[in-house]
Design a protein. Structure first.
Length: 255
């Protein structure tokens, strides 16, 4: 389990990596584009969020636990997400397709984010969306033979695994702050919220998921696997070894 300072080092190092060869011309066919274009546009819009509401909540939380480095880590996380949006936008430009300015799914999440001031809800939501994003980008990668699009998806998938680890570790810390008698409620809430968000993602982008070889059943199976790999471990009565600090790295908390 990493400290905030270690996460800053990770994000700064990852920002120096360049995995996309933009000299390769896009080669997606009209037939491949039809089932994925709307989702590609919508996800590009979502990835370009300025993250101001998340950053405001993270700043308040970091000040409470006296971990200012966490603010910088979240800023770098947001910057990496924006990189994904910029790359998707650049691809849309290359294939002469417009970048959309609104989407019902993005609008829904933005409205929820606007009223959300809880670090728990933020972390859980981002963790769930990042989990779904792994399936989304793998599906997008598998739905086309375009080398450039595949490289863009691979770059994002490489980034997403640490993103999930970053959020899962924070949710573990937040969960351990809960009063023991209330933890069963939070376990139930985590599960309910995770699969509710997963269903919204499926129905919003099912054409793309299907184009990438996923059925509703396989999507739910994959999300269930991700749930047990992250949130179920985070909220387990017995802490998983993955979510432990060395004694010298224990986070500071203020009651």
């Amino acid at each position: 389990m990493k400290t905030s300072t270690q996460w800053i080092a990770h994000f700064e190092l990852n920002a120096t990596k360049h995995r996309i060869d933009w000299s390769i011309p896009p080669s997606i066919t009209p037939e491949e584009l039809v089932p994925i274009l709307r989702s590609l546009q919508a996800w590009q819009l979502g990835e370009t969020s300025d993250g101001s509401h998340l950053l405001r909540t993270a700043t308040s939380y970091a000040n409470r636990i006296k971990d200012p480095a966490y603010i910088t880590a979240v800023q770098l996380f947001i910057k990496e997400e924006q990189k994904h949006g910029n790359n998707l936008g650049r691809y849309l430009d290359a294939i002469h397709q417009p970048r959309v300015k609104s989407d019902w799914g993005d609008t829904l999440f933005r409205k929820c984010r606007y009223f959300n001031t809880s670090m728990d809800f933020w972390t859980l939501t981002v963790l769930t969306v990042e989990s779904a994003a792994q399936i989304f980008y793998q599906s997008l990668k598998d739905a086309s033979n375009c080398t450039l699009l595949k490289q863009i998806c691979t770059d994002i998938l490489v980034d997403e695994a640490p993103h999930i680890e970053f959020q899962a570790e924070r949710l573990f810390i937040l969960f351990r702050e809960k009063f023991v008698l209330f933890r069963p409620f939070w376990r139930f809430f985590y599960q309910l919220a995770f699969f509710s968000i997963a269903l919204v993602v499926w129905f919003g982008h099912r054409k793309l998921f299907k184009a990438g070889g996923n059925t509703f059943s396989s999507f739910i199976d994959k999300m269930t696997y991700k749930y047990h790999k992250t949130i179920a471990r985070v909220s387990s009565p017995i802490p998983h070894p993955r979510f432990t600090y060395a004694p010298s790295l224990q986070p500071k908390t203020v009651n």
